[in-house]
Design a binder for this molecule. Structure first.
Ligand code: ZN
Length: 68
């Protein structure tokens, strides 16, 4: 039996800014430190996914023979 009755707040590092963030129900933006960081990260992720098709780095390393 572990003592889970103890209301210990888990602290994680915000993936966006690296600050300490609460990982519990009081933090709706978890694992981010704030809603702002969460929004920013999602925006960055979306932007990143847009760039993926336009990949033009190191030709030959990622060769695909199925081109039209
Ligand atoms: Zn943050």
């Amino acid at each position: 039996m572990s003592d889970e009755s103890k209301p210990s707040t888990r602290i994680v590092r915000c993936p966006c800014c690296g600050k300490s963030a609460r990982y519990d129900q009081t933090n709706p933006a978890r694992p981010f430190c704030s809603q702002r960081c969460k929004t920013m990260d999602v925006a960055a992720w979306a932007e990143e996914s847009y760039r993926i098709p336009a990949k033009e780095s190191s030709p030959g390393e990622y060769e695909t023979d199925e081109r039209d």
